[in-house]
Design a protein around this ligand. Sequence first.
Ligand code: 2BA
Length: 108
Amino acid sequence: MKLVIAIVNNDDSAIVVSELTHENFIVTRLSTTGGFLMVGNTTLLIGAEDKDVPRIKEIIRKFSDTRKCVKPTSSTLGRGLSNNGLELNVSVGGAIIFVLGVDEMEKF
Ligand code: 2BA
């Protein structure tokens, strides 16, 4: 058994979860925040049989778009001056997927 951890864009999460559950995969959805951009994203936990992992990845890939985001930055120029107008263009996603082995799963 595997645990698939997928970090997806908030805007894609509804369709990704809907497509996964439509194919009878069981999904837990967590509201998370990226450490770099400090904006919300969605982390999905999907416990699944090994044979189902390729299909899960396929669904997530299909419905996760890559986006360009702008990260505002600020820099100190010394003597109390600062430049708050700098921006950094960042490409985010489609999705980040981790696949972990699961020793045991029990439901009480
Ligand atoms: P954030 O940490 O907010 O990162 C958003 C995007 O900013 C990243 O997109 C990447 O393009 C860029 N980025 C991240 N850290 C950077 C850095 N130190 N310097 C320059 N650019 C940086 P993605 O790679 O698509 O990641 C999207 C989100 O997935 C991340 O949001 C984070 O929440 C998560 N993530 C990505 N890789 C991860 C990892 N190895 N472990 C845990 N979470 C990860």
